[in-house]
Design a protein around this ligand. Structure first.
Ligand code: ZN
Length: 464
């Protein structure tokens, strides 16, 4: 068996790994690389293999950096099945159309700046998404299914976003059996809404994410407390709380956490706006998949409470209603995408609010290098939005407790439960080099050997 690391190698986006065994080629994830626009377009456009020769795709979850290049794979000749959980399939239906729309907008921008040559075409369009959705096969958690000759797969709860899975492949090659574990993105215990990450047993080879391989998060239990104090402080100043959040996952978690604060009567009388049509659709998908919910969320729903839609919460779809938020006086909470502030309605809300010291920008998600979100986390005194310079006078609060990614101790605990003698290789992916390196050191101290941080294109051969 050969595994080739083709994305999210020494970085956090573009997750894609190719497993070649028994003459079959299986792709784990097919994510979009996200960085500077022109570079990303070129990187995503062409695949380092022939898409028509791929037998199947196994998709860990619906985030765009894991699923977002699937329509281009289909456009480029892939006709096989895309296996995922049912919730991931339904979320992809919402997210990939949104992504197609953004691709078309991006290419308009790039074409305006192109000086010569014919205009470039979008990475994919909604017609490509139509075809892609038709190739999805939804599979329940913990049910083993065959994807190719001698290769069976099982999805386990990853506790990261709705439908997210870690993937366990059992591979029979020349009468030997090997197991390959792929964490996908690993969540945390006791996160709101979702079930906890499930142990993976002891694979022979492990591909693990390492997003926060060098950081220890605040405990999940502090999430409500930190959120409450940031919101109260801003209310006392008469300001607004602006929360950049991905429409799928983080938005629902923040809404859920606010619902709990209202339900416990710790917070009162502040209106909450979710300014994102995509979040509206995604929340509908959440409601369709109670099989992913933990006990607490199910209890709320059984008691006729609705943690995703409550009295003080308004979901905003139209552009007009979104613009009206700018005129609003007095404290409120505004949640909008994109999560890393690279586009979307959040840019308008930041432009309108960052210069006022009464306001708060509340950061609840990972901010990659070179994004506006990262510059806000770094509290740069001046930031650029829509080409204009703004002074960052608003308070910046970073709540790591909201992270949907396991921290160093949680990753080390997850891997630490595995049999050291059986594990032949551990490959750390989906992390910036410093984070992956820190996790490698931690695992080495715990007695693990054969730890790798593969570069893009690197191959690993695994023999029984
Ligand atoms: Zn993810």
């Amino acid at each position: 068996m050969i595994v080739q690391f083709l994305g999210a190698a020494q970085t956090v986006t573009g997750s894609m790994h190719l497993v070649s065994v028994n003459g079959s080629r299986i792709l784990l994830d097919c994510g979009l690389f996200q960085g500077r626009r022109a570079e990303s377009y070129e990187r995503n456009r062409t695949f380092p293999f022939d898409p028509s020769k791929i037998n199947a795709v196994i998709l860990s979850h619906a985030h765009i950096d894991h699923a977002g290049n699937l329509p281009n794979l289909v456009k480029s000749g892939f006709t096989g099945p895309i296996y995922s959980t049912g919730a991931t399939r339904d979320l992809c239906q919402v997210m990939l159309y949104d992504s197609a729309y953004l691709q078309e907008r991006d290419i308009e921008f790039l074409n305006k700046r192109r000086k010569d040559g014919p205009p470039a075409e979008p990475l994919y369009t909604s017609a490509d998404v139509d075809n892609t959705i038709g190739q999805f096969v939804g599979v329940p958690y913990r049910k083993s299914f065959t994807v190719a000759d001698g290769v069976s797969v099982k999805f386990l709860d990853a506790g990261h976003i709705l439908g997210s899975a870690s993937v366990l492949l059992e591979i029979k090659e020349n009468r030997n059996v090997l197991t390959l574990g792929f964490t996908g993105d690993l969540g945390r215990k006791d996160m709101p809404i979702l079930k906890d990450p499930e142990p993976m047993g002891s694979p022979d080879i492990l591909i693990s994410e390492s997003t926060y391989g060098g950081r220890i998060h605040e405990p999940v239990a502090d999430m409500g407390k930190s959120l409450l104090s940031a919101v109260r402080r801003t209310m006392d100043r008469g300001g607004k709380v602006i929360i950049p959040a991905f429409s799928v996952g983080r938005t629902q978690e923040v809404v859920y956490a606010l619902f709990k604060l209202f339900d416990d009567e710790q917070l009162s009388s502040i209106p909450v706006f979710v300014d994102s049509p995509l979040a509206v659709h995604a929340t509908d998908v959440f409601r369709m998949h109670p099989e992913c919910f933990d006990g607490e969320t199910l209890r709320y729903l059984h008691n006729d409470s609705d943690p995703f839609g409550f009295g003080r919460l308004t979901y905003i779809r139209s552009v007009e209603a979104s613009k009206q938020l700018n005129e609003r006086k007095g404290p409120c909470v505004i949640i909008a995408a994109s999560g890393m502030c690279e586009g979307g309605r959040i840019l308008h809300h930041l432009a309108n609010n960052v210069e006022d010291p009464r306001n708060t920008v509340l950061i609840v998600g990972f901010m990659a290098e070179h994004t506006l979100g990262r510059r806000i986390v770094e509290r740069q005194p001046e930031i650029r939005i829509f080409g204009e310079v703004f002074r960052l006078n608003a308070e910046v609060v970073v709540l790591n407790s909201f992270s949907a990614h396991a921290g160093q101790d949680e990753l080390a605990g997850f891997i630490g439960a595995m049999d050291k003698k059986k594990l032949k290789q551990i490959h750390l992916v989906h992390g910036e080099p410093a984070q992956a390196e820190a996790l490698r050191t931690k695992l080495k101290e715990a007695g693990f050997r054969d730890l790798f941080i593969p570069a893009r294109g690197e191959k690993a051969e695994v023999r029984p």
